[in-house]
Structures are given as C-alpha cells and as structure tokens.
Design a protein around this ligand. Sequence first.
Ligand code: MN
Length: 310
Amino acid sequence: MSHTVLTVSTTTLSEMKKHYASQSAAKLPTGAVFAAKTADCAITGYRSGKVLFQGKGAASEAAKWQGETAQAAPARKKKPAPALLPPGFSELSVIGSDEVGTGDYFGPITVVSAFVKKEQLRKLQDIGVRDSKDLTDPQIVAIAKKIARLIPYSLLILKNEKYNELQQKGMSQGKIKALLHNQALINLHKKIFPERPDAVLIDQFAEKDTYYRYLKGQKEIFQENVFFSTKGESIHLSVAAASIIARYAFVKQMDQLSSEAGFPIPKGAGSQVDAAAARLIREKGESALLHFTKKHFANTEKARRLLNKQ
Ligand code: MN
C-alpha cells in the first residue's frame, strides 16, 4: 500500500485534526491525536507531529498539506514563541478578524474583519458583545444588528460552489481561510482610510509563518501590525464582534438554503447532517450538493450509504 509521511507543526496538526473532524475514524492508535478516512486515504496524525497518509490517495491528500510542513527536517524547529501582544492590547483600537462555517458540512464560510475603536469598547460591552460560542442564534442576530450599525466591518461570504471549486483544485481549507482574511483586512482598511487601527488581531487558525506562506503570490498582502492569537474573542472585543457578525451572516445563509431546500438545513457535521444530505440528494439529485455543501466532507459518502440502504 502506498504511503506518505509528513512532519508538521502543532498548529498545523490541530488544523488537520479540525479539517478531518467530519471524517474521523472510530479508533485512535496509540500516540495519535486524530485518525480519519477519506474515500481513498487513511490519515493518522501523531502527537510527535508525524502525519501518516495511507492508501491510493495518499500522495495527493498529503500534497494538500505540503506547504505547511515544519521547515524541512534537519535542525529541530524551535518552539514558536507565544504571540507577543503590545501591553494594554485589550484597550487599543483594533481590527479583529474571525471566520465561521469551516466545520459545517452545509453552508458557506463567512469571514469578517471588524474595527473597534477604544472609545467604543464600553458601548460594545453594554450591547452584550462577547464570545459568540456563549450566545444563542437569536442573541447573535439581535447583537449583530446593533454592532453592524456602530462599527465598520468587511464581510466575505464564500459560497459552496466556489469553495468546492477551490477544494477540488487542491487548495487546503487553511489557505482558503488565509485568502479570505487577507481580503477582508484589505477591504476594511480601505473603508476606514485615512483612519488606521493600532493593531490587527486574527483569531489564529495557522501560525503566522504558515499564514503568510498561504498568501505568497497574492497581489496585495496585508501585514501591518498584524497579530495572531488563539481565543482572540477573549483578547479583544473586535474579534468577538467580528465573530458575531460572521455567525449572523452564516445563520442567514443557512436560512436561505433551508428555504431553497424546503426543509431545515442543520449545522455541524453530525448524523442529522447525513440524513439531511440524503434527503437533499433524493429530492434534488446529487448535483445539488455543490450548491448546498462542502462536498469533500465525509458526510457526502455517509449520505450515499444511507440512500443505498433505503
Ligand atoms: Mn476563530
């Protein structure tokens, strides 16, 4: 059986784990942090950073991550320094950037960059802006409408047709996200010009080096005062605000898809999602998946299996 081994950074490893979450295998081998199966490849990621690709599709699946391997082996890679943020960061005027929908089988990816000036921090707090994961959909909608009137932002919606096209060309989700964040940041800076933020904070989905490697070859690359941190929502309210607007846009898109489908389209990538996908295929044909879903997720195969059983 053909196989390929990559050595990746811890951030890439956790990104891969997320990327393959919808296709995860039931059993984890010793020392593994994730195990997944696509139609023609089994992928196992180990705590050591080694990722093993096995099967017919090994080489092409591994190729998707080729750009993100830890700098080719010899010298041991230094541990990445923790994001060093300027002192008093939470009180600065900051553009925050976050995305929604990357783990959902149905619906688009939405990315938002939002500018919150220091004078507005208190006001946003009063409105209830905080980590969107702690908020219900109706709360998100209500708060998003209020903040959208208060602060400048740039919203990008990557619809499924385009996502599937990029994915089929071999683009990783990490690169897709980086391109979207970069574009949103460029758009927002133009919008607020000549005003400038003290800093930009991207809710971290890749290490800084990886992020800029994804952007190589782009006409315009935004990199002035850009910081990366995980849990960005808790570091500056601008990231929380961006996340709320992104989720609001995602929810609206899902409502739209539900009305097109004629039944409620579920979020996530669980078994309800498989059932909804099966129903969609039965009623609209498999070609509809390109419009409604991120087709490469394992849910497509699971939906096909459900249909074959009927
Ligand atoms: Mn995020």
